[in-house]
Design a protein around this ligand. Structure first.
Ligand code: C2E
Ligand code: CA
Ligand code: CA
Ligand code: CA
Length: 281
């Protein structure tokens, strides 16, 4: 019987291939995770270099696995994307972030802005801006003030440019701020960039990482800041870990920074504590 069990197993792996079987199992696990409310958001502060104060944060998805503990997005976002579950999970993210913004507004922090990552599948959904408006209205968040930002990667927005412009316009008209994530890693056409209604360029952390040792990366960072400012955009650097990187970004007139040097992503309660301390850079 043991022999047979083994050959059966081989049969299935050959016929179905292990990865699709595994994916099917994981999809069920992730669907239940959403139903059981096992996802949560961490928040990472973004600091204005002018004032040294926290001006907002990026919401970053985590999964509190009942046995394995806290899981980072790299461990499950690819499966959410492959299975399309990123759409309902992404809507959960928007609702959770909006609820948290409302709570911070009800405390003494009315001006904070929270950035949420949108995946390609979510962004290309027909009627996206209406879907987002409905979620925000259900939460009762007044988003016309620009308290919600969406982060879209550079490679995402450069595909189907006309579709991108239409969706960005309707989001922007609602008051949603738009940030281009991982900027510098894709192939932005400057003429398109000018046509997009965007607010912020977010310099990819790969350029920030080697700022102090790579003259090429330092030049790229300087160039992105100049480009952003010439297009009247705000520029934020992510992945800032050292004082040297910070000094370079300050000297280069980068607007905002985000990274471990200031804070890791944290649960909302810990962010509230940081805000109450009024911590400066
Ligand atoms: P991202 O949008 O580029 O987010 C920045 C990542 O860099 C985060 O990783 C953050 O924790 C990490 N990070 C922040 N500061 C530093 C630093 O100083 N040094 C280094 N080495 N890393 C830093 P995380 O939270 O693991 O998220 C990874 C990716 O998962 C994100 O990259 C984003 O693409 C995706 N993601 C996270 N949350 C969501 C979500 O709600 N929806 C979607 N669609 N994607 C998400
Ligand atoms: Ca991001
Ligand atoms: Ca990024
Ligand atoms: Ca990234």
């Amino acid at each position: 019987a043991k022999e047979q069990g083994r050959s059966n197993f081989q049969f299935y792996t050959e016929q179905m291939n292990a990865s699709s079987l595994q994916r099917l199992l994981l999809e069920g696990v992730l669907r239940r995770a959403l139903e059981r409310n096992e996802f949560l958001l961490y928040y990472q502060p973004q600091i204005s270099l002018e004032s040294g104060k926290i001006i907002g944060m990026e919401a970053l998805l985590r999964w509190q696995h009942p046995e394995k503990g806290l899981m980072a997005p790299a461990q499950f976002i690819p499966i959410l994307e492959e299975t399309g579950l990123i759409v309902p999970v992404g809507e959960w993210v928007l609702r959770a972030a909006a609820t948290q913004i409302k709570q911070w507004q009800a405390m003494e922090f009315p001006r904070l802005r929270v950035a949420v990552n949108l995946s390609a599948l979510q962004f290309r959904q027909p009627g996206l801006s209406q879907i987002i408006a409905t979620i925000l209205d259900e939460v009762g968040l007044n988003y016309a003030s620009g308290c919600l930002e969406v982060e879209l990667t550079e490679s995402l927005i450069m595909k189907d440019v006309e579709g991108t412009i239409a969706t960005l316009k309707s989001l922007h008209e609602m008051g949603v701020q738009i940030s281009i994530d991982d900027f510098g890693t894709g192939y932005s056409s400057l003429s398109y960039l000018k046509r997009f209604p965007i607010d912020t360029l977010k310099i990819d952390q790969s350029f920030v990482r080697d700022l102090s040792t790579s003259p090429d990366d330092a030049s790229i960072v300087t160039a992105i800041i100049a480009l952003g400012h010439s297009l009247k955009l705000k520029v934020i650097a992510e992945g800032v870990e050292t004082k040297e990187q910070l000094a370079f970004l300050q000297a280069s007139k980068c607007d905002d920074v985000q990274g471990y040097l200031f804070s890791k992503p944290l649960p909302a309660a810990e962010i509230t504590r940081l805000l109450q301390e009024g911590k400066l850079l």
